[in-house]
Design a protein around this ligand. Structure first.
Ligand SMILES: [Fe+2]
Ligand SMILES: [Fe+2]
Length: 205
């Protein structure tokens, strides 16, 4: 994949989500000493990114895929629906759990199950959908679709997803992400995107 293929934004968002899921999993590692407040914040952030990513896919990406190959995205939309319900329930339990005698072992197991299931969802999308994109879309079609994805909820993208994703990418991934944004930014938002990215520290490694 060349460094400026527009759909790299989806793949790199998956990488950032994987990194967020790894952080959460690490917090849940020691059953006896789970930092619940940090785990709650970590789940809140990764699940916000997952929800926006799913909405971008359902509303701005899958409809274009369906025009090319009917039914190709149906299983993934079902995953998103099940996942949205589980996110609501987990957020409620995590927020409630501090004061109530919530069964923490059960909550930990549900979070670990969510992490495993979402990793599977990301991998399946990559194997089934992302691999097929070069044969389904021309470069110019890809730019249009990605522009729609970024513009789906531009405020949520700029305030939450862009900084959260960018922070989790390594140097080379950041270069690729930036190149893609440059080609696909809706309504000349690239300068604003750059201001946001420039405010994020360089990756440590
Ligand atoms: Fe998805
Ligand atoms: Fe995805």
């Amino acid at each position: 994949m060349s460094t400026c293929q527009p759909f790299a934004v989806m793949r790199l968002t998956h990488e950032a989500i994987r990194s967020g899921l790894n952080d959460l999993e690490n917090m849940l590692g020691d059953e006896a000493e789970i930092p619940w407040e940090s785990a709650r914040k970590s789940f809140d952030q990764v699940s916000q990114c997952i929800k926006l990513h799913a909405a971008q896919e359902d509303l701005e990406f899958y409809p274009h895929l369906e025009e090319k190959e009917q039914g190709i995205s149906h299983d993934f939309t079902k995953d998103h629906q099940a996942e949205a319900a589980e996110i609501r329930s987990l957020n409620a339990d995590l927020n409630y759990g501090k004061s109530a005698e919530t069964d923490q072992q059960t909550l930990r197991n549900r979070l670990l199950a969510f992490i495993a299931k979402h990793r599977e969802h990301l991998a399946n999308e990559e194997v089934v959908l992302l691999k097929k994109l070069p044969e389904l879309f021309t470069y110019f079609e890809s730019v249009d679709v990605v522009r729609g994805i970024l513009g789906h909820d531009i405020n949520a993208f700029e305030n939450m997803q862009l900084p959260w994703v960018y922070e989790r990418l390594n140097h080379d991934q950041r270069e690729m992400y930036k190149a893609m944004l440059k080609g696909c930014s809706p309504d000349d938002r690239y300068n604003k995107f750059c201001q946001i990215m420039d405010g994020i520290e360089k990756p440590s490694a």
